[in-house]
Design a protein around this ligand. Structure first.
Ligand SMILES: Cc1ncc(COP(=O)(O)O)c(C=O)c1O
Length: 451
């Protein structure tokens, strides 16, 4: 008999203290960090919701596996365990380890794309976009139109617009589309899932035009669980079966194991294509390392081998999805504008609606993120005009929930702080840039409140 209260499906064996600061200290710290939360020392943050990437807590099984790490340069046992575990879920012929997701992206786009190409995706993540653009190709976002309406509640708002995909291929020509990507879940689009039906439709278009389909698989387990909960016909499938079915629709994937790999570092690139795999391994050797470790220690490969399987456990996924929704529901019930419905790994505040008096060029998302830090020591991240400049379709503040790290009382505190900021939102000022790097500027930008 299912209970109403969904508890954390773990006990805590080791604790890490977090540190309080005063508002006065936070004002000075924020000024010193040029109002960019990436530039804050983590020790000055109370609740760190900057990212769910690499910030999760590993399980006892993962720590035990770490001790089994085989650090041989070539052909280590750890690589074999990693390869078998990944292949059982993802099903692709070649598994190439990388130090994290963006390294897999860099290698993939270097091998598959050239200047003038177009890569369609439901929504490119920032590193994915940057890596596509770095080889001179265009990173084209074609989410369904409803994805651009934050308050609209739909079960699969991460879907790709399949008609737009057909139109892009017709407009630019098949030769200029070396691959199509599908990001599950759609991080930059609000952590929203992609349905199996949509993945099948995208795959069918790709097959028809003989274009390879690659998944950006970072949150594949969360996406699989949403399909189980929301898509007809999948109620009695396991998340693993659902993930296997989805990956069988594609030709490969990039993966950051820092998300649903439940590891603190790592990633991989998969492909079914022999020729590409050879080229990818050659590039890998140049910058990442030998193909049986690819920039990781044997112990990291062990942690990922266990982690990808743990991320598919139903007890864990039930808690994961419910605890993210808990934060979202408490905020939206109080009238705070968020991207609806709550996503898998994060809640996204709609900063344009939250701070409707701040115009888009004054970075409403940056202003809101700064205020959450001042009010309660919470670190979040802007996903909007600072991150994407003219390509920004929304101005969001993402509160990403690290896996298995914070308890319900931490989240209750986050709700209280956000509601406090919501009450005095009209006093918050916009920001202007004082320094920006030529690409991925949000990581290092300097800002100041407008006078
Ligand atoms: C959807 C998506 N793709 C790719 C990446 C890049 O992964 P990494 O940070 O491991 O390089 C991320 C990281 O947040 C992501 O969310």
């Amino acid at each position: 008999m299912p209970t109403k209260t969904i508890i954390e499906p773990f006990r805590i064996k080791s604790v890490e203290p977090i540190r309080w600061t005063t508002r006065k200290q936070r004002e000075a710290l924020l000024r010193a960090a040029h109002y960019n939360l990436f530039l804050l020392p983590a020790d000055d943050v109370l609740i760190d919701l900057l990212t769910d990437s690499g910030t999760g807590a590993m399980s006892t099984h993962q720590w035990a596996a770490v001790m089994e790490g085989d650090e041989s340069y070539a052909g280590s046992k750890s690589f074999e365990r990693f390869r078998l575990s990944v292949q059982e879920i993802f099903g692709y012929k070649h598994v190439i380890p990388t130090h994290q997701g963006r390294a897999a992206e860099r290698i993939l786009f270097n091998v598959m794309c050239k200047h003038g190409d177009v890569v369609p995706n439901n929504t490119h993540f920032d590193t994915t976009r940057a890596n596509v653009e770095f080889v001179g190709a265009e990173a084209l976002d074609i989410p369904i139109a409803e994805a651009r309406q934050p308050s609209l509640k739909l079960p699969f708002k991460g879907n790709m617009d399949v008609t737009a995909l057909e139109e892009v291929i017709a407009r630019v020509g098949r030769q200029r589309v070396p691959l199509v990507m599908l990001t599950v879940t759609n991080n930059s689009g609000g952590g929203q899932p992609v349905s199996m039906e949509n993945a099948k439709a995208v795959s069918a278009v790709c097959r028809k035009h003989k274009i390879p389909l690659y998944f950006d698989a970072c949150r594949f387990a969360e996406n699989a669980y949403f399909i189980k909960l929301r898509e007809m016909g999948y109620e009695s499938e396991t998340p693993k079966q659902i993930a296997q079915e989805m990956f069988a629709l594609g030709d490969g994937c990039t993966m950051s194991a820092k998300k649903d790999g439940m590891a603190n570092i790592g990633g991989f690139l998969c492909t079914n294509d022999e020729v590409l795999a050879r080229q990818e391994k050659d590039l890998l050797i140049l910058t990442e390392g030998y193909p049986t470790y690819g920039g990781l220690a044997g112990r990291d490969l062990e942690a990922i081998a266990v982690g990808v399987q743990e991320s598919l456990e139903e007890d864990y996924l039930r808690y994961r999805i419910a605890s993210t929704a808990y934060l979202g529901n408490h905020l939206s019930e109080a009238g705070v504008p968020i991207v609806e419905p709550p996503g898998g790994h994060a809640i996204y505040l709609d900063a344009r609606a939250f701070l409707s008096h701040i115009p888009q060029p004054q970075f409403p998302g940056v202003a809101l993120a700064a205020e959450l830090y001042l009010e309660g020591g919470i670190r979040s991240v802007e996903i909007g005009t600072l991150m994407f400049a003219d390509a920004a379709q929304m101005d969001l503040v993402r509160l990403a929930i690290p896996r298995r790290v914070y308890t319900q009382s931490h989240i209750d505190y986050v709700v209280e702080i956000i509601l406090g900021v919501w009450k005095r939102r009209e006093q918050i000022k916009g920001m202007h840039l004082t320094y920006e790097a030529p690409f991925l500027r949000h990581f290092t930008a300097h800002l100041e409140p407008v006078a």
